[in-house]
Design a protein around this ligand. Structure first.
Ligand SMILES: [Zn+2]
Length: 288
C-alpha cells in the first residue's frame, strides 16, 4: 500500500463524488429520453436534454439556485446539515449517498488497478483507470435507474457494451488493440448470460430479474476467468436472497412486487472485481 498515498485516496474519492453528483443529475434528466418518444417529449414541452443538463442545480423546494459553495459534492450537504441555505428545508440524503458511494466505488476500482500494477502506478499514468471511468459511471447510472424504475435502459447499456468490447481488446501497455484473448472473454460472457437470456425469452420477460442478461454479459467481459465469473453470478443471487427473504418474511414486499436484480448484480461484480475474488477463494473460506 506504500504507494497508494492518502492524497491519491482523497483525490480518487473526491473525483468519484464529483462524478456521483453529475450522475444524480444525469439519471433524472435521462428519464424523459427513456420513457417518452420524441413526439411525447414535444407534447409535454420537455426541454432538450442538453439544456436540462446545463442548467444550474436548484433547491427542490424553493428553486433557489445553488451557488459555488453549495455545489461541492458531499461537503456542502454535510456543512449545511442536509438543508437548503435559503429556505432551510431538508434536502434528501439520496444526493449525498450517491456522491459518497460513487467516491467509494472509484476507490474500489482504483485499488483494483493499483493492486494489478503495484508501484508503477501513479495518478498521471493511470490511463487504464481513466478509460474505465465511463464504464464505472454507466454502472452507477444503471444501478440508480434499476433501483428506481426496475428497468435497465438500452439507451445506457448498449453503448456501454460497445465501448467495453473495445476497452477489453485495448492493450494499455503497447497502446494497440490485441484481439487474441478477445473471443475467449466474449464466449465466456455469452455462456454466463445465455441461461438468463433463455429464461427471459421463455417467460416472455415476466420472470424476475432475467431481463438482466445484458448486464451479466457486460460485466462478465471484465472478469478473469470462469471461477471469478461463477462467484460473480452466484454472489448476485446470494445478495438478492439476503435482501429479499427478510423483506418477504417481514411483509415489506410481496413476491408480486418485482425486486430489481440489477443492483445486486452490480454489487456482486464490485466485490469480485475490487478484490480479485474467485469461486475457489470462497470455497477456501469454508474449508479452513
Ligand atoms: Zn430551498
Amino acid at each position: 500500500m506504500e504507494n497508494f498515498f492518502w492524497l491519491d485516496v482523497f483525490f480518487i474519492f473526491f473525483l468519484g463524488a464529483i462524478f456521483g453528483s453529475f450522475l444524480n443529475v444525469l439519471a433524472a434528466e435521462l428519464e424523459p429520453l427513456v420513457f417518452f418518444n420524441r413526439e411525447e417529449r414535444i407534447k409535454k414541452k420537455i426541454k432538450s436534454f442538453w439544456k436540462r443538463i446545463n442548467r444550474r442545480s436548484r433547491c427542490p423546494h424553493c428553486a433557489h439556485k445553488l451557488r459555488e459553495g453549495e455545489l461541492v459534492p458531499i461537503f456542502s450537504w454535510l456543512f449545511l446539515g442536509g438543508r437548503c441555505k435559503k429556505c432551510g428545508k431538508k434536502i434528501s440524503p439520496g444526493y449525498f449517498l450517491v456522491e459518497f458511494f460513487s467516491g467509494l466505488t472509484f476507490l474500489g476500482f482504483a485499488y483494483h488497478f493499483y493492486s494489478l500494477k503495484g508501484s508503477e502506478l501513479n495518478l498521471f499514468n493511470w490511463w487504464e483507470f481513466y478509460f474505465f471511468v465511463p464504464i464505472i459511471s454507466s454502472l452507477i447510472l444503471i444501478f440508480l435507474f434499476d433501483l428506481k424504475h426496475k428497468i435497465i435502459p438500452d439507451l445506457i447499456i448498449l453503448p456501454t457494451i460497445i465501448y467495453s468490447l473495445f476497452y477489453i481488446a485495448f492493450d494499455f501497455n503497447s497502446l494497440t488493440f490485441d484481439f487474441s484473448h478477445w473471443l475467449d472473454d466474449i464466449w465466456r460472457s455469452i455462456l454466463f448470460a445465455l441461461p438468463f437470456f433463455a429464461l427471459w425469452l421463455v417467460s416472455k420477460g415476466r420472470a424476475m430479474g432475467f431481463a438482466d442478461w445484458k448486464l451479466i454479459f457486460l460485466l462478465s467481459l471484465f472478469l478473469d476467468g470462469t471461477m471469478e465469473n461463477l462467484l460473480f453470478v452466484f454472489g448476485a443471487f446470494w445478495l438478492g436472497a439476503f435482501y429479499a427473504i427478510p423483506a418477504l418474511i417481514f411483509g415489506r414486499s410481496k413476491l408480486k412486487t418485482e425486486v430489481p436484480f440489477g443492483p445486486f448484480i452490480i454489487l456482486s461484480f464490485f466485490i469480485v472485481y475490487f478484490f480479485h475474488l474467485s469461486y475457489g477463494d470462497f470455497i477456501n473460506i469454508f474449508m479452513v
